[in-house]
Ligand binder design. Sequence first.
Ligand SMILES: Cc1cc2nc3c(=O)[nH]c(=O)nc-3n(C[C@H](O)[C@H](O)[C@H](O)COP(=O)(O)OP(=O)(O)OC[C@H]3O[C@@H](n4cnc5c(N)ncnc54)[C@H](O)[C@@H]3O)c2cc1C
Length: 379
Amino acid sequence: MSVTAPEAVLDVLRGEQFAARATAWERAGAVPREDVELLAGHGLLGLTVGTEHHGSDLSLVDVTEAHRLVAAASPSLHSLLVVHAMVCHALRRWAGRETRDAVLPELATGRVLAAFALTETGGGADAGALTTRIDRDGGTLRVTGVKRWLSFGQIADAYLVFGLTDGLDSCALVDAGSAVRVEPEPRTAGLRAARLARVSFDGATAPAARAVGRPGTGIPFVATSCLTLGRLCVAAGAAGIAQAALDLAVGHAATRSTGDRVLGDHQLVRGLLADAALATESAALYVRSAAKEVEDRAPTAAVTAARAKLLASRAASSVTATASRLLGAEGQTEHHPLARLAAAARVHEVIEGPTEVLQDVVATALLRNQGAAGKGKQR
Ligand SMILES: Cc1cc2nc3c(=O)[nH]c(=O)nc-3n(C[C@H](O)[C@H](O)[C@H](O)COP(=O)(O)OP(=O)(O)OC[C@H]3O[C@@H](n4cnc5c(N)ncnc54)[C@H](O)[C@@H]3O)c2cc1C
């Protein structure tokens, strides 16, 4: 199988056809499996997978650029890219060779779609509050529990499930099948085509080789490193949403006349546009530099990814709100592209760590550093 050139992927994402398809998905409320397979054929699902497993092994800066472009057109499809990248990352780094070699090529080519199954009813933002069980029974893993709000869970072939093994948090890849019940979640206003599912595992089994990491590493290593990548990717998506909303606002302000002036002639409108542009560009630049840090596995990478997601998701919220004001009535209509961008921006402040939780992560790191500096002075 040939390795897909990154430029070819970017060409598809920049094309008119992709934007038109994205609009159709949002209206229908579902990204169809056939379209995912078509895009996977261009290498979209293998961006973070190594070439030896049929991926294109892009640098994280290039990955975030692709994510930015996808989210600008379709925040729903973008959520598939995020969770898929997180599952690929977990397998690449934490699975045994047998599972890695068998599953990664399937994921990279889109023959297998995987969902990321962390959230439970009793533990949303608090990812550590797991009740799902992953019991070991000889050479078999047995999974029992219910996971909520899984992006593309409705059409996933496999689930990366986090749960407890003998009281220690752990992780396993479980195929869809008879003991796995999939029910659609209510459609959310943002990412309305993301095929969200509530998935119940009723003693679902998997070979022991499908354990990802050892018991005790599930949250502090596997989930945490997945969330670092996920937050970076969500930040890139939010930067894309902000850019798309800014483009709509500038286009409108430059052409909409009321009386003898276009909107963009009003000083207050120019101020809004300038602020929106700076918020958008700051987010994009921060995401780029965060991507390098995560790529280099810098000790600060997890906090930097949290900062990137905090900054970019808030930029998406503020820029979509500005665009919504400037577009007036036109921007309030149900199927206007701005409506899905604004709703997606709101979701971006909740997923992969809500804004308040990320503020806590960032502030904790600041205070810890200050504490370390203070202790140094005392000595
Ligand atoms: C579109 C969409 C896609 C999703 N996809 C996935 C997926 O693929 N896989 C998956 O596992 N999950 C997924 N989720 C779930 C998502 O990760 C959770 O919604 C998120 O973790 C927040 O959990 P919660 O909704 O239960 O909110 P809660 O935990 O109830 O929090 C609600 C709000 O309370 C505040 N809050 C919570 N904790 C704190 C705190 N410590 N300090 C201050 N304020 C706080 C925040 O404002 C937060 O937004 C998805 C959700 C959505 C909406």
